[in-house]
Design a protein. Structure first.
Length: 200
């Protein structure tokens, strides 16, 4: 098992990619080919950062784009051997615009899958706009800035989210931007949980 560090290049993950990473890397390649901005967030970021917990999905925001660009994405996904376990891929644009996540997975598989969504609020948009690189093996995927991930996880507040936040904070406390982290903590109004985290 290699290490994980936050450097000026982004998050450097020194281990062999696993099934989740392979899925994220491949999906990221497809989106990049179509020039669709995207960012991986939530539990997958904690797992990349070495937290050992199971997850069945990888959350990814993609920029809001036209029905034509989403149709191009659907065509590309079908060509590359993907399907949507919960509903047809062809309904992707309608689902995304109505705020419904769409699952995407390799043909015939249910897990792990990607949960693809358009950004819903300023925090989602900030993750997309301020994405950093995560280097996994020879590949790179964009992930949400860790300061915002921690604050958002504190805001979500269930046990797994708080554990994710604690893991990220413990791993990278020294290298995070305290100014940015505290700004997000304030915006999300989670000062109490943040105080507990920093005094833990």
């Amino acid at each position: 098992m290699g290490g994980v560090e936050l450097t000026d290049r982004g998050l450097v993950v020194d281990r062999e990619p696993n099934r989740l990473d392979d899925l994220a890397i491949e999906f990221s390649r497809i989106l990049s080919r179509l020039d669709i901005a995207h960012v991986f967030v939530a539990g997958y970021v904690a797992i990349l950062a070495g937290r050992s917990r199971s997850t069945e999905d990888i959350d990814v925001f993609i920029e809001r784009c036209s029905t034509e660009r989403i149709d191009d994405l659907v065509t590309e996904l079908e060509r590359e051997g993907y399907w949507a376990p919960a509903m047809p891929l062809a309904e992707m644009y309608g689902n995304l615009t109505s705020g419904t996540n769409i699952w995407v997975a390799p043909d015939g598989e249910m897990t792990p899958h990607l949960e693809v969504k358009f950004p819903g609020d300023e925090f989602d948009r900030a993750s997309l706009k301020n994405a950093i690189d995560a280097h996994v093996g020879e590949d790179t995927v964009p992930i949400g800035p860790l300061e915002l991930q921690i604050a958002y996880k504190l805001w979500l507040g269930d046990r797994t989210d708080l554990e994710d936040a604690a893991h990220l904070f413990t791993m990278f406390g020294e290298t995070l931007s305290t100014t940015r982290l505290e700004a997000w903590v304030q915006r999300l109004d989670v000062q109490d949980r943040y105080d507990r985290l920093t005094n833990a």
